[in-house]
Design a protein around this ligand. Sequence first.
Ligand code: SAH
Length: 364
Amino acid sequence: MKDLLSVTPAELEELILSVGEPKYRAGQMFPQLHKGLSPEEMTNVGKKTREKLAAVSEYHLPQVRRKLVSALDGTVKYLFELRDGHCVESVVMRYNHGNTICISSQVGCRMGCKFCASTIGGKVRDLIPGELLGQVIAAQKDLGERISNIVMMGIGEPLDNYDNVVKFLRLVAHPEGLNIGYRHISLSTCGVVSGIYKLAEEEFPITLSISLHAPDDETRSSIMPVNNRWGVDELLTACKDYYDKTGRRLSFEYTLIAGKNDTPEGASKLANVLNRHLRTRTTTMPIHVNLIPVNEVEETGFSRSSDEAVKAFAAVLEKRGIRATVRRKLGADINASCGQLRRAEQKAAEVTAETTGKTASEEA
Ligand code: SAH
């Protein structure tokens, strides 16, 4: 059974031909699928064609299992249930320039960052292209508003699910589909260096964001296991290569954790290492660091840096010619940060499982 939200227009044509229908039907159906209509719901194609297609394919949109709306800023957080009962989170943020959705790329995550809620239960599975796209379509359908920007910063590591993510990028930008331009899409990675090199070879002018979080290997390895595979120098070399090849500048995320990576000396080290790699004789990339006071997750035991520490950290970077902005917190009242809602559901399932004697996966 083909997943109708994962197929390209050419693959849909093939499928239509395989059931003995004329191929132009694909052109009529592709935009409808991306509007959130299953074959049964389409009115522009005859019943016979729709039934033949339905017999060899499946159409699943993520179902809204929970929806929280922030009273402070209108941020909407969805817990979406996938076809197999697993859940992921998506968050829609309202800006003056339009709606931005933050989507998940995997069920869980295997990267093991010590401060992150998404990685606590490990990775369950990758999302397929139709499930990545489905988050955008389902949110748009639920809100009744267009979503114009996408950030891949939800649960999971997008470059650990490379092929599905790349196919999704092609689908979401398709003019007959959602038509969201690459310049309106950003992808965040914890530093999967092999994926950064591969991405530099693709024709996607998306924005790449690097979750750096520490200026040196010792600190970074202590909070991000991926750093044992690819260290800070290797990662920043890949960033330079990406910039040199594509001309697209990257941005850096830096989560500030009290007493761990938030000292003025840390800021100075960060400025040194960024400038050393990205402002060389041949490369002069404008550098921008997003500072994010860590969201406290019960299990991790890390706490946020004080406002003074954040300010002092930013001031050191600015002095060294690096733009630093402190991330505005949206949806503070709905726990909008990634992984936390799914984690809460998991915990609830664990409690129910304990009291009913079932395992958590049976509950899910
Ligand atoms: N795996 C990708 C994308 C998902 S995480 C990545 O690592 O970039 C999205 C961002 O949220 C990353 O910068 C991540 O480090 C950060 N993050 C995760 N847990 C956090 C927390 N508790 N507080 C603040 N930022 C967090």
